[in-house]
Design a protein around this ligand. Structure first.
Ligand code: SF4
Length: 338
């Protein structure tokens, strides 16, 4: 099937009901430029862009996040991303003419009021000020200055798009497809625009700076993932993948083609096969790189002298994975009880 054009990119389209994102997804979305976590339990093992990226970065990191579900610290930057995503999502609830910078700024406070109720969020500010956990020059000194920094990102958004001329087809939209070999792909798209001629545009908001080349590749990996799912579900190759970098006020756009998505699908299938092999054997290797500096799991990582927790065979089986590993009953001393 051909790829409809987006023309001048002004999309005046119908607004369809948008499937609600599961509770807790907001944090996932905003962390997409950090290290998003799947907080929703999939119906069966599935692959998301962030988890695929985890496995490519470090198989053991994938295990810790997806299988062991070890807790990770929130960061002020990630929570700010969540807040900005929430404001931009709510902005499109307003009538088109009312989507002004001022209106968007007014959405910050109610969005923040909800977000600060989430576990660990309010404590972040106290921790940052007490132990200097965030001592970069841009680190906020107070909730007020942190909110101001979020407001600046929201304001910058208006230099990249005119929201009065856009009617999103979907926001925080769950997209998923099962490939012929059974692999379930799932992800959430920040915004999906559909032109009257059917042309698709996938938009992702990034609250960090424009990435260096390697990280740009990671961002495009995420967008190609969405493009593949949409192509497989709608039969249309997205005319444009658009990444909006709100810190720098810059945008990256990309137009995939069918051949590329076919190759990308093969890549995902290969990644999934490698994940399944690792689950079957329980062998998730650490991959020590500079990215370890941002990993919360060094204490239990062999690459850093730690010992991982026992592989949770029962949980893995309950989640629908196929594994040949025997279930081992551990004594209380072995699991560190008491
Ligand atoms: S510390 Fe590094 S090697 Fe260990 S799990 Fe984290 S990313 Fe992987």
């Amino acid at each position: 099937m051909g790829t409809p054009s987006l023309g001048d990119m002004t999309l005046t389209v119908q607004t369809d009901p948008v499937p609600a994102a599961p509770a807790g997804h907001a944090l996932d979305a905003a962390q997409s430029d950090a290290t998003p976590l799947d907080v929703t339990a999939p119906r069966r093992p599935s692959l998301s862009p962030s988890r695929a990226a985890d496995f490519k970065t470090c198989p053991l990191l994938y295990r810790f996040r997806t299988i062991d579900r070890l807790p990770e610290r929130k960061s002020l930057a990630a929570v700010r991303g969540t807040l900005v995503h929430s404001v931009l999502e709510r902005l499109y609830d307003l009538p088109a003419a009312g989507r002004t910078v001022e209106a968007a700024q007014e959405l910050l406070e109610p969005a923040w009021a909800e977000l600060r109720e989430e576990p660990g969020v309010a404590e972040l500010f106290a921790a940052a000020q007490e132990d200097g956990a965030e001592t970069t020059p841009s680190a906020p000194e107070s909730v007020e200055s942190w909110l101001l920094s979020a407001g600046k990102l929201v304001e910058k958004y208006f230099t990249l798009e005119d929201p009065t001329r856009i009617e999103p087809h979907g926001r925080e939209e769950l997209v998923e497809v099962t490939l012929p070999d059974g692999l379930l792909l799932r992800g959430f798209v920040d915004r999906l625009d559909v032109a009257p001629n059917g042309a698709l545009r996938v938009v992702d908001y990034k609250t960090g700076a424009v990435p260096r080349e390697a990280f740009e590749g990671k961002a495009l990996f995420q967008m190609k993932f969405y493009a593949l799912v949409l192509w497989r579900t709608r039969g249309v190759v997205a005319a444009q993948l658009k990444l909006l970098y709100l810190k720098d006020g810059d945008a990256l756009t990309y137009a995939p083609d069918e051949e590329e998505l076919i190759r990308f699908e093969r890549t995902l299938v290969a990644i999934w096969a490698a994940i399944e092999r690792a689950v079957t054997t329980g062998d998730f290797r650490p991959n020590k790189t500079r990215l370890c500096d941002w990993c919360d799991h060094q204490a239990v990582c062999p690459a850093w002298g730690g010992t991982p927790p026992p592989f949770p065979v029962e949980a893995v089986a309950a989640a629908g994975w196929q594994t040949q590993l025997p279930v081992v009953e551990l004594s209380s001393s072995e699991v560190g009880a008491g």
